[in-house]
Design a protein around this ligand. Sequence first.
Ligand SMILES: [Zn+2]
Length: 542
Amino acid sequence: METLYRKYRPLDFDSVVGQDNIVHTLKNQIMSGKVSHAYLFSGTKGTGKTTVAKIFARAVNCPNEIGGNPCNTCEVCKASLEGADYNILELDAASNGNVDNIRQITESMQYRPINDEKYKVYIIDEAHALTGYSKEAFLKSLEEPPEYVIYILATTDPGKLPETILSRCQKYSFRRIGIDTIVEYLKNICVKESIEIDDEALYFIAEKSDGSMRESISKLDRCRSYTKEKITKEKVVDILGMVGDDEFSLLLQSINEGDVEKAFDIVGSAIDRGKDVTQFVNDFIWHIRNVLIAKNVSKPIESLNVTRTNFDKLKKESLNISKDTLIYYIEELSKTHGIMRYDENRRVMLETTIIRLANPETNYIDASVMARIKRLEDDKKNMTYVRIGDKADTNTLKPSDKADDGKSATKKDKIEEIRLSKLAYDEINKVAENWTAIRSSLDMVVKSILIESEIVPSETKEPGFVQVLLSEADYNLLQNMDRIKATEKKLSESTKNIIKKDVTYKIIDRSKTKYADKIEFKLDDALDKIVGIEVEIEEDDK
Ligand SMILES: [Zn+2]
């Protein structure tokens, strides 16, 4: 069956919706015969760039042009509609943008249009994907195109095109298509196709299509082919494997109220319906982002892409949650989303994150948590340092006084009290180097809790003992699960296996350790490969 998108693709300018200014200008150019040689159509996907380019390409050569529109009945138009017009050449730079293809184009440029038509039109889709030599070759051809050549470059990312190309084009930016326009268009299709659908479902599809007409029509198409019954919003959610905003609202509310059970129900039900977990987290982050924006603006703005009614809902939802909390949720979920790509057990990861977010201790955003998030953002490096020393003095600590030979240790009075013996230093370094591997023997839930752990030497500074610092919230979580002792034991076993050393671990609440205010740490970003430790070495202990 022909797809709805193909069937209802506009064939003339007057049927294009949502791009009135562009269409108006192009029609005028065609009627007056004053067309340019290079156009740049930019805008997000599904906003009509290629459709308009094709109509334009037909219109410039159509002998019966009517008010700027192609007639679509003459031989020229028909050939083009059948994809058999040799004067219209389309190239998708993303898949075919290699030098040879570009060379073909530039070479074909020297031949006049066949059948005595006026123009040869080159439509380059995804033009930003042109690279290296192709870009250069293309640029040359743009410099002085013959009078019968018209280029139309379509791109979602004009910023990637060099100024030399941009400056030669007439530029048109295609707007995201408004929700009401999309709904009206879909309604029209439904009438013609006898598709039964209610308004709520139409608005839902439009909202979830991010301003893309193509996306909305293809969503409608999928619903239509799935059911012959009346399409409701619930059916759309079901058929497209989506999660409704109401569900996300409820999930956000449950987490904020610390109701883990309810939150798990919602997640479980979405997963049971076949929703991909990574996508679920992504969509949930998007929902929270919308709530956050709604909290900060007084009326629906374009980037929200929601109806007035749904804006009011978001606004109301936002009143019960602080801005900091919303930001914190987004940060934490984004972190989880990032790690998920590398881990099999996605559902457990999501559930663990929910426990953390719903836990009242972590729910409370104090300055230190915000600072940690900030630090995480700032931490561009994969390397994670645990610095031991007087905080005030950390700036003077050089990144490497490693002194493996024990000779080049420098004196720093302020950190004297935590100097280690060479033996203890080597040992903790070894543990640090293998921390990811050591931790990997833990079960998924505990591993997730330990993602932000730091390891430090024991307070006795003796070899054979290592402390694992957790945030107060993480520590409490582990304690509530009654897993402290078992985890310590597991870490010891794992260490014995991996670095062949007997190490006794002690998991402690970071806020209770006397090191806490002496350790300048950067958050272990969970994908850490290396945990670097910088400590001073007792000079006379070699
Ligand atoms: Zn025609």
